[in-house]
Write a protein that binds this ligand. Structure first.
Ligand code: ATP
Ligand code: MG
Length: 509
């Protein structure tokens, strides 16, 4: 028998006439960590949904051979019964259930239809220990961070006696420290329990670190599989496979021309909406100049998103105090409409919850931020709307069947591009980008950086919040460091490096 636990042979999957997968082949050896890489929309998540029965047998062509048997999974339950578990790109935990309830959701510890809570908590505690989750199992999912949520997902998979674990971009929303911990855990489980893993990621440094084999797919077809120890594996080689050409520079250059201060926040104080005695933002004062790209660095939970959202139409926080100045005039941004009216835009870090109307198409999502630009006497000019959406689809290379595709069906990276298009359409003077390249492939990242540069060259002010320090260091002119709701450092890019930023954080903790 072959040493492959899985063979996906000539898998083709179409969505209303559009081929998402075109005779894809993937072979995974028992006990290995196999990475699946490719551009946004290449078909990675779709392939994994075929494997896990989310797209049932019969809805695709080709064979899925698992442990030597051709599979005919009709539901995700069928693949789980065989020991296959998938952790989706967007986590699928129930926010108002506890950690232990989530671990055993759909796999309840029961006898005669009655849940045995004592066994549930006992087993949950043991599983949590295994994945290094040192929390009370009664905590609700909504009250724990994304890093911890990922660990709950893994515990959940292990609870089902999983043999093949699929992780779709598990570290996209994690900071470096949490990512490292997660990858260490995978390596440990892989070694100790001989757990086979398929991991999808755009973070190529992680892939090269942990994967035994790497399969590259492009436009729904398999390009190549590289094996550690046999093939030479470099990030550049993977990128070439993904995008079909060399990508020499990761960060485009720009003609810098920084002008006067354009936007200023003074003595900004924000209280926790759930706990009115708790200050989340503590006397923050920041400014950004015309044509400047300003970075805000910090660890997860530093308060960067809360700062941005409280500025942008008071979408976060209670009892907000402080002043916003734009072009030396005090302005009020009581709600999102007012903020947009003053030329502000905020790209959320959470595209699915707050960035898109998933049941609407690309066209409508893009025009949302600036309807008055394409309307006359309160009526939207559909021709203008179509033309505008087509332009953005082309400019940002949003991979989709047309501008009428629902954003809920787009690949993660392409959803992100639609949110960006929406804010570009509002033609802001000050654009706040919160994790702008989360889930974006390397080629598209370069394109997004080029757009940011273009906006800066036009004299716009850009504020970039990012957990990826190389990104902040690669594109910004000046950096603020934030920790525990305060600004704890400021430095021009010439003086900034990973160490100097971390030093600011550590010294202020
Ligand atoms: N339910 C659906 N209906 C229509 N088209 C779909 C559907 N699901 C996926 N697609 C299309 O299939 C293609 C592949 O999408 P998929 O989500 O597999 O990409 P991906 O490689 O996971 O990308 P990313 O890195 O952005 O997550 C995309 O062009 C997407 O628009
Ligand atoms: Mg995907």
């Amino acid at each position: 028998m072959s040493d492959n636990i899985l063979e996906m042979i000539d898998i083709t999957k179409e969505f209303s006439g559009v081929k998402a997968l075109d005779e894809v082949n993937l072979k995974v050896k028992k006990g290995e960590i196999h990475a699946l890489v490719g551009e946004n929309g290449a078909g990675k998540s779709t392939l994994m949904k075929v494997l896990s029965g989310i797209y049932p047998f019969g809805s695709y062509t080709g064979d899925v051979v698992y442990n030597g048997e051709i599979c005919d999974f009709k539901t995700i339950g069928d693949s789980e019964d065989k020991g296959i578990a998938i952790i989706h790109q967007e986590l699928a935990l129930s926010p108002y259930l506890s950690i232990s309830e989530n671990i055993f959701l759909g796999n309840e510890q029961q006898s005669k239809g009655i849940i045995n809570w004592s066994i549930t908590s006992q087993k949950a505690t043991a599983l949590m220990k295994k994945v290094g989750l040192n929390l009370d199992h009664n905590l609700l999912i909504k009250d724990i961070g994304v890093g911890h949520q990922q660990l709950v997902e893994i515990a959940k998979a292990l609870a089902k006696d999983c043999k093949l674990l699929i992780l779709d971009e598990p570290t996209a929303a994690l900071n470096d420290e949490d990512s490292d911990k997660l990858l260490e855990l995978l390596l440990e489980l892989n070694k100790e329990q001989n757990l086979t893993c398929i991991i999808i990621s755009h973070k190529l440094n992680e892939i090269t670190k942990i994967a035994d084999q790497i399969t590259v797919i492009r436009d729904g077809s398999t390009i190549e599989t590289m094996t550690k120890g046999i093939d030479e594996i470099t990030e550049d080689k993977i990128i070439k496979g993904m995008v079909g050409r060399d990508l020499v520079e990761r960060y485009p250059t720009r003609k810098k021309s920084v002008g006067d201060i354009n936007f200023e926040i003074k003595d900004w104080v924000v209280y926790d909406p759930l706990d009115e005695d708790r200050q989340k933002i503590k006397n923050v004062s920041i400014h950004v100049k015309k044509g400047e790209i300003l970075g805000i660095a910090g660890l997860m939970g530093a308060g960067r998103t809360e700062l941005a959202m409280s500025i942008f139409g008071r979408t976060y926080g209670k009892n907000i105090q402080g002043t916003i100045m734009k072009d030396n005039q005090r302005i009020e941004c009581g709600d999102v409409c007012e903020a947009i009216g003053h030329g502000l835009a905020y790209l959320t870090e959470d595209r699915k919850e707050a960035g898109l109307i998933l049941s609407d198409d690309i066209r409508k999502n893009i025009s949302l931020s600036n309807l008055w630009k394409i309307s006359k006497r309160g009526v939207v000019n559909t021709n203008l709307e179509l033309e505008n959406a087509k332009n953005f689809r082309e400019k940002l290379r949003i991979k989709s069947s047309s501008i009428f595709q629902n954003t809920g069906n787009l690949s993660g990276g392409n959803q992100q591009k639609v949110v960006l298009a929406k804010w570009l359409f509002s033609e802001p003077d000050v654009l706040i980008l919160d994790e702008p390249t989360r889930g974006i492939d390397v080629g598209a990242k370069y394109e997004i950086y080029s757009i940011i540069n273009e906006l800066a060259e036009q004299g716009k002010s850009i504020i970039v919040i990012s957990s990826e320090l190389p990104e902040i260091l690669g594109i910004c002119d000046r950096i603020y460091v934030m920790n525990e709701g305060s600004i704890v450092g400021e430095m021009p890019i010439e003086e900034a490096c990973q160490e100097s930023i971390m030093t600011c954080i550590i010294q202020s903790s």
